[in-house]
Design a binder for this molecule. Structure first.
Ligand SMILES: Cc1cc2nc3c(=O)[nH]c(=O)nc-3n(C[C@H](O)[C@H](O)[C@H](O)COP(=O)(O)OP(=O)(O)OC[C@H]3O[C@@H](n4cnc5c(N)ncnc54)[C@H](O)[C@@H]3O)c2cc1C
Length: 474
């Protein structure tokens, strides 16, 4: 019997789909930006952990490799098949049940295909907070968030997906089910296998469920938008905000003038803050206060007026209503979409020791402008975590596609060499996937790479789990 028929026997005919034809790839065969396209043997949608295990066993027996897929919002081509037409994409979207909420332990156990926004809604209805938040929340899944160790906008206070995860259920590369969903906060009984699967981008096994940590909801959440004269000032303001707001500081997002102007131009329906637009940088500050709205307001207003007095901030607004809070966040979260509308770019998701960011920005900008006069740099990101989305657009009036075809690799080399010089990371939160694999040899030590390859070999000896990603082996 053909593999597709045997897959259909496991998950049902309706849940095995073949890819695009001559008219082009299916949506699940291409990445979110529409830049990379693959071709799969089939896409399979199991409806339970047992079905995931049976599909993996069948594929292992037939030596067919599997590409796990959640919401397909990943930005490094890890969730789409290669172009061989031989891989099976396993979409986890049908595994979306909330299995339980444990109010005493403050945890939720949820299946991997649950959309992040749906998880937020369930958690909010239960009176808790689940703090992982990113602009792709309406499509990305908790399994994908864990497989990429996603960050987002509240890492400054709550950490990334890894720090929020207390347990996993995983189908291993041989099709066994490993369940460790007890939600223990302390368990030092050997190597931490959970941490191996988090951030492994589907190369070691398939995450089918997770137990995630919940937090109490804040009594009040206040958002402010500030205009700043320089990136140096942004760092001063961050230091001040940490001191004044302490654990109430739950967001500190940086936006350069260019990314904000792209939002204004391409998404003109959005309400922009009524502030001067001449300053080179803007910061969005979020304060989540356990006491009250008036307490939060006095803290944030005090912080901003001191910062204005000392010259760190040129002007600022504090949101007066929930709808203003949403408007401010929408501007920040719409930057990727506005950039997408602007045209192709060389995107870099980098992290740096926070103190070195101003120097990194000065040095890298002058290197880029010297090599490619007129390039436009869109610098924004999670400054509180030292994470910048440092994207380079073609000079105005030039064809972005042609410019990138010629210079993208050189641009990346300049940016990543600079990141390396300042002891940063060339992938802060998006992962490696296929897109960044060739940079691993340049910037990771051979000791690290050898340990990673040994782990891959031990857990997936036939290299059938998302081969070609993270450690290669396609
Ligand atoms: C507009 C936009 C904004 C974004 N903002 C952020 C941000 O602020 N922070 C951030 O960290 N990322 C961000 N991302 C990237 C992306 O949303 C995250 O990487 C997200 O965590 C991916 O989730 P997903 O369900 O879409 O996974 P997918 O894209 O489907 O998969 C991502 C990787 O995980 C693997 N995978 C997926 N599900 C599983 C599973 N169940 N088991 C094993 N492996 C699996 C895939 O094989 C692939 O390698 C953004 C993306 C977009 C489009």
């Amino acid at each position: 019997m053909k593999l597709i028929d045997r897959l259909s026997e496991i998950v049902g005919v309706a849940h095995v789909v073949t890819g695009g034809g001559p008219e082009g790839p299916a949506p699940w065969e291409q990445d979110w930006r529409g830049r990379s396209k693959g071709r799969a043997l089939a896409m399979v949608r199991p409806g339970s952990t047992a079905e995931v295990a049976d599909v993996v066993k069948l594929c292992a027996a037939e030596k067919v490799s599997i590409v796990p897929q959640g919401g397909n919002t990943g930005l490094v081509d890890g969730s789409i098949p290669d172009t061989s037409g031989t891989q099976v994409v396993m979409n986890l979207g049908r595994l979306k049940a909330v299995r339980s909420i444990d109010r005493k332990n403050m945890t939720i156990t949820v299946e991997a295909g649950c959309i992040l926004q749906s998880l937020h809604e369930v958690v909010e209805d239960a009176g808790f907070l689940f703090p992982l938040s990113l602009a792709a929340k309406g499509s990305c899944t908790i399994g994908g968030n864990l497989a990429t160790n996603a960050g987002g906008t509240q890492v400054v206070r709550y950490g990334n997906a890894r720090s929020l995860c207390l347990g996993l259920e995983v189908v291993t590369a041989s099709g066994e089910i490993w369940s460790a969903l007890s939600g223990l906060r302390k368990d030092n009984t050997g190597y931490d296998l959970r941490d191996l699967f988090i951030g492994s981008e589907g190369t070691l096994g398939i995450i089918t469920a997770a137990t995630m940590q919940l937090y109490p909801r804040a009594a009040s959440q206040l958002t402010a938008w500030a205009a700043l004269p320089s990136i140096h000032a942004a760092l001063e303001l961050l230091e001040r905000a940490r001191r004044v707001l302490s654990a109430s500081l739950t967001g500190f997002e940086l936006m350069g003038r260019f990314p904000v102007s792209m939002v204004r131009q391409h998404l003109s329906d959005l309400r922009m803050p009524a502030l001067s637009t001449d300053d080179p940088y803007f910061v969005l500050i979020e304060c989540s206060d356990a006491e009250s709205e008036s307490h939060a307001r006095s803290l944030v207003e005090g912080l901003l007026s001191d910062a204005i007095e000392s010259g760190e901030v040129s002007d600022a607004v504090v949101a007066e209503s929930l709808s203003q809070v949403r408007d401010l966040w929408e501007v920040r979260e719409s930057i990727p979409l506005a950039a997408y509308k602007e045209g192709l770019m060389a995107a870099h998701d980098i992290s740096l020791p926070i103190a070195s960011i101003p120097q990194f920005v000065d040095v890298t900008e002058s290197r880029l402008l010297e090599a490619f006069p007129g390039v436009r740099i869109s610098n924004f990101g999670h400054l509180g975590d030292g994470n910048l989305h440092y994207n380079v657009h073609a000079p105005s009036g030039e064809s972005a596609a042609e410019f990138l075809r010629r210079y993208e690799e050189q641009i990346r080399q300049i940016v990543y060499d600079s990141v390396h010089q300042f002891a940063g990371s060339f992938s802060a939160e998006h992962g490696i996937g296929r897109l960044k694999l060739h940079w691993m040899d340049s910037y990771k030590s051979s000791v690290e790479l050898n340990m990673m390859r040994s782990i891959k070999k031990a857990l997936d000896p036939s290299s059938l789990m998302n081969p070609g990603c993270v450690v290669g082996g396609g």
